[in-house]
Design a protein around this ligand. Structure first.
Ligand SMILES: [Ca+2]
Length: 559
């Protein structure tokens, strides 16, 4: 069994080491929450802003909630910055640590309960007795709200250092701090340390595995935005293409249009896994088989077929953005029946949120992020729905897409450099692998934000680097039909965190994982039972029907 001590991580980052060099010797017994103050906690550079003892509730155990900050500074843009964080320390501690990586632009301290991902929001690390850390990744996303409107969440991108803190520095700084707090509070180091997150949180996990290879024992990584700046260029392509169908993007593709595409995908691919169950489990075979042109309306027909201009737009979107030489700026995308999911609509077509003008998330958060964080030099954008969608419409993909690689003046790191794992193009995660670390990744095949294919290509390169044995330390679980992190016509409730822990702590390599439909996911197709279960299989295995109850995972095996 592997023990991680705080002292082992001290060499990981000079900043973190400096902050801890004068840290107090830990107490020998558990402190009480009432005792906690900046002084008694005794971690140099950390200021406790509040603490409270939280009583046991239906979902969470009794714990001490500590809110604190570190790394205070004034940015080059004149705004005050700090890393704000919350750490929750359960009275009945299981001895281990979970770093909760948050999503989106970060910018707020989400409660440190440690959601263990998938569609089940009740399943938390704090609920299981872990000490859990959450942070705002070094900026307050609402601090500039009055001035920046809808662009407030990414306005921090005008400050070079805030970009780096968002990308990777916050995790470098907070990891040793959290371990020191745990040590000082409980009188003991955490035995095992985990990182858990989806989307931008999944990105944090992969970046941390690459940069801080020996600071964590395991990562649960969902829908990783490990190439987030590239995906932001895709937003421009999506909006430009969809706007060519209708100047009001919200009317570009209707629910019926997307359902027609899903039906076409099912027509071509559903049976490839051995069972017609409105679920495409053999994703790879489907990509080789499906051709949307086979479902395009012939002249004179408008019913039960896909309009030719809509098929062209979807083909262009699925091909991904290209530079002026025709080289990919991001990735292609998998065709999947989950395109019918409402989360797909929310990201790309319409949100229904009035202050956003109803525009989709990519035209709000996505647009302001591309303008202010992921391109260099940044473009300060006004936070109105019109300005934001216009930025994407006007973005010259072919000529300016490479701004995600640009450095200039005080912006000495490119967006790709601060946002992606340093070895993203040729992944090895050497230190993590050598230290015995394990990673489980899951990705919805119908994720509208981050391309599932991009994750598969990354995994295949990792596997080449490990001569076909990357699965000894990294497993990828595709989730057919699932949208971004959860949702869509999919079995989107699964407990991969327990599999990760069992792998890290007991050496039990995860295989098939049973998934069900999350409570509250009302998007299953009409021919599914609500208690359908399916096997999720580690890539490149596929869940194939063996006979028996078509609604039960037991009728499938991973092959
Ligand atoms: Ca099927």
């Amino acid at each position: 069994m592997r023990r991680i001590s705080a002292s082992r991580s001290l060499g990981v980052t000079t900043l973190g080491a400096a902050l801890l060099s004068l840290a107090s010797q830990g107490a020998s017994a558990q402190m009480s929450c009432e005792q906690i103050s900046t002084e008694t906690l005794g971690v140099i550079g950390v200021e406790v802003t509040s603490k409270r003892a939280v009583a046991e509730s239906e979902t969470l155990p009794a714990h001490c909630e500590i809110n604190a900050l570190t790394a205070q500074r004034v940015g080059e843009d004149g705004w005050d910055y700090a890393v704000n964080f919350q750490i929750n320390l359960p009275d009945d501690w299981n001895g281990d640590f979970v770093h909760q990586f948050n999503g989106g632009n970060d910018g707020s301290v989400n409660p440190a309960t440690g959601p263990l991902l998938s569609g089940n929001r009740e399943r938390t690390a704090l609920g299981r007795g872990y000490a859990v850390l959450s942070s705002d990744a070094g900026h307050n996303g609402s601090a500039q709200n009055a001035e920046a409107g809808l662009a407030a969440g990414s306005r921090f991108g005008l400050d070079p250092e805030a970009r780096s803190f968002y990308g990777y520095k916050t995790v470098e700084v907070l990891t040793p701090i959290a371990k020191q707090i745990i040590h000082n509070f409980y009188g003991d180091d955490p035995r095992y340390s985990y990182g858990v997150g989806c989307s931008n949180g999944g990105r944090h996990g992969m970046v941390t595995a690459s940069r801080l290879g020996d600071a964590y024992d395991g990562f649960l990584v969902g829908a990783p935005g490990f190439n987030l700046p590239k995906a932001a260029v895709q937003h421009a392509l999506d909006v430009q293409q969809l706007s060519s169908l209708n100047s009001d993007i919200q009317k570009s593709l209707t629910d019926e249009d997307r359902l027609l595409v899903a039906s076409a995908v099912l027509h071509a691919c559903d049976a490839l896994d051995g069972l017609e169950d409105s679920l495409v489990s053999d994703t790879a075979a489907c990509q080789a088989t499906f051709d949307i042109d086979n479902y395009v309306c012939p002249e004179g027909q408008t019913d039960a077929c896909i309009a030719p201009e809509k098929a062209e737009v979807l083909k262009t979107i699925h091909a991904g953005p290209m530079d002026r030489k025709g080289n990919p700026l991001y990735s292609d995308w998998a065709w999947d029946s989950g395109i019918a999911g409402s989360d797909w609509r929310f990201w790309k077509i319409s949100s229904g949120i009035p202050p956003w003008g109803g525009n989709p998330l990519i035209a709000v958060m996505g647009s302001s992020s591309l303008a202010q964080v992921f391109t260099t030099p940044p473009t300060k954008v006004d936070g109105t729905p019109e300005e934001l969608i216009n930025f994407l419409l006007d973005f010259d993909i072919a000529n300016d897409g490479d701004q995600i690689y640009a450095r200039r003046g005080k912006f000495h790191e490119s967006a790709m450099a601060f946002m992606t794992p340093p070895d993203a193009k040729n992944p090895k995660m050497k230190k993590f692998e050598r230290g015995g670390g394990k990673m489980i990744i899951f990705h919805g095949v119908a994720d509208p934000v981050f391309s599932y294919n991009d994750t598969v290509n990354w995994y295949n390169r990792l596997d080449e680097n490990y001569r076909g044995e990357a699965d000894k330390f990294v497993k990828l679980y595709p989730v057919p039909g699932m949208n971004h992190c959860a949702g869509g016509p999919a079995t989107d409730d699964f407990d991969l965190f327990s599999k990760l822990v069992d792998w890290v702590e007991s050496g039990n390599e995860p295989q098939a994982v049973t998934a069900s439909i999350a409570a509250g996911n009302g998007e299953r197709f009409s021919d599914w039972s609500e208690d359908r279960t399916r096997k999720l299989c580690p890539y490149p295995q596929v869940a194939r029907y063996q006979g028996g109850d078509p609604e039960s995972a037991e009728s499938f095996s991973c092959e």
